[in-house]
Design a protein around this ligand. Sequence first.
Ligand code: XIL
Length: 332
Amino acid sequence: PHSLKAHAMDARMLFGFAVNIQKLRDDAGYRALVEQQCSIIVAENAMKWQALRPAIDQFSFADADALVEFASRRHIRLRGHNLCWHEALPEWFSRQVTAVNARQLLREHIRTVAGRYAGRMHSWDVVNEAIEVKDGRPDGLRNTPWLQLIGTDYIEMAFRVARDADPSALLTYNEYGIEQETQEAAMKRAAVLLMLRRLKQRNVPLDAVGIQSHLQAQPAYGYGAGLRRFVQDCREIGLEVFVTELDVNDRTLPSDVSARDIGVASRYRSYLDLLLPERNVTAVLTWGVSDDGTWLNNGKDRAREDGLPQRPLLFDDHLRAKPAFVAVRDAF
Ligand code: XIL
C-alpha cells in the first residue's frame, strides 16, 4: 500500500526505475525493491546498440531477453530504450557504416529488435535526442551520424519501421534539455514540437514524448510554465508524455548529506507537482534505483566539486528510502 507503484496507480499512472541487469541478477535486495515499487521498468543500457550489436552482422540478446522475461513474469510493464541514438553506438560503427548501408542497417536493427519483443513492450524510445538547437540547422535537427548517413528522413523511417515491427508498443520520441525555463530550453521545446507536428502531419506513427528530466536541484531559472505548456501542446497533437529519466543533480547543494537529501526531495516534489496535473502524463521513471548506481558520478562535467558522490535518487546505497522517496510518493 505504501509503494510508489500503488500511489502511482491511484493517480492512474505507472511508476518505475531504469534498472541494471547485472544487479537485478546478483542483488536480491535490489531485485525485491524493483518488484515492490515498480509497475514499469526500462533497461539503463541493455537495449542500446552497444549492448545488442557485438558486430555489424550479429545480435546479442541474452541480457535483453532476461529483462523481458523478468518483467513479464511479474506483470511489470517494460519500456524499450532505445532504437536510434547518436550515442552508445558499437565501436565498429564508425568503421563499417556508410551512406551505402546505413539505411538498411537501421531498418534491419529496428525490425529485428522491436520485432523480437513485439506485443511485450509498453513503449519504445524509437528515436532519442534528435534535436539540438545549438547545431544551427533551421529544422533544429542534431547533426548525428544517422542524419549524415541517411538524411533527415531517418526519423520518420525509424518510426514507420517500429510500428510495423511492433504495432502494440507506444512509439516514443525521447529528449533532454527541454525542462528548464531558459531561453535555450524554450528553443529546444519549440524545435521538438515543430518536428513532432511535422511527423504527425505526415501520418508518421508516434504516440508519446519522453521528457528525460535530468534535473538540477537549483537551476538558474527553475521549471515552470514553459514546460507545462509543452505538455499541453503535446496533448493537443495527441501525444502522451512520459517522464523517462528522472533524477536530481545535487552539485549545487552543500556537502551536508541531510541538507542535500532535503533539497533533492523538494526538487522532486515541485517538479512532479508541476507535471502530474496534466492528464496526458502517464508514467514516471527515475534513472536508476539507488544513489550508488547513478550515472551522475561518471562524467567530470556532472560530478560534485567537493568530490562527494551525488545523491540524486530515491534510495541510498543501502537501499533505504530517502526523503525523495516520500516526496515522490506523496506527489502522486
Ligand atoms: C546513460 C547510462 O545511465 C550510463 O550508464 C551510460 O554509461 C551512458 O548512458 N540520456 C539517455 C540515457 O538517454 O541512455 C543515458 O544513460 C543518460 C542520458
